[in-house]
Design a protein around this ligand. Structure first.
Ligand code: SF4
Length: 153
């Protein structure tokens, strides 16, 4: 079942706070999207369950239903034009873990309170800790189109 609206609102607030701290620290995405090609970097963002829900809701809000994992190992939310299709719902790692040309990742200590708060929400939602972004959202997409509930027959 989808989390309560208030809980998702809190997740979004934490994500926005992460983006704010990144911009305050002069981290600005250059839009190259190399970090969205996980096989290229060898790194995949991990998300808590609350973040996965926010990403899934952003995907649904864009009018899309199915989520397919690209065979080239890129993020499933990366468009063919190299844009993030869930920009407003992207997870904390995408907002704080910048590539070297964009200023580098924010030190973990600067967002540790946000990480802990997201972990607390994960536990409250019955999650079992952070998981790889593509698989975490794909799991939600398999449960149902709108909010993770099963589709009526
Ligand atoms: S969610 Fe968006 S910013 Fe993050 S890896 Fe995927 S496409 Fe890139």
């Amino acid at each position: 079942m989808a989390p309560a609206a208030g809980m998702l609102m809190e997740v979004r607030r934490l994500l926005d706070e992460g983006a704010f701290r990144a911009s305050r620290a002069q981290r600005f995405c250059t839009g190259a999207a190399d970090c969205c090609r996980f096989r290229l970097t060898g790194e995949t963002p991990h998300v808590t369950l609350g973040e996965a829900w926010v990403a899934w809701k952003a995907w649904r809000a864009s009018g899309r239903t199915r989520l397919e994992l690209p065979p080239d190992g890129s993020c499933p939310f990366l468009s063919g034009q190299g844009r993030c299709m869930i920009y407003e719902g992207r997870p904390l790692a995408c907002r704080t873990h910048f590539c070297v040309p964009a200023g580098g990742a924010l030190p973990r200590r600067e967002v540790i309170d946000l990480i802990h708060a997201l972990e607390d929400i994960d536990a409250a939602l019955g999650g079992d800790g952070a998981a790889r972004l593509p698989e975490a959202v794909e799991r939600l997409s398999r449960k149902g189109p709108a909010d993770g509930r099963k589709r009526r027959r």
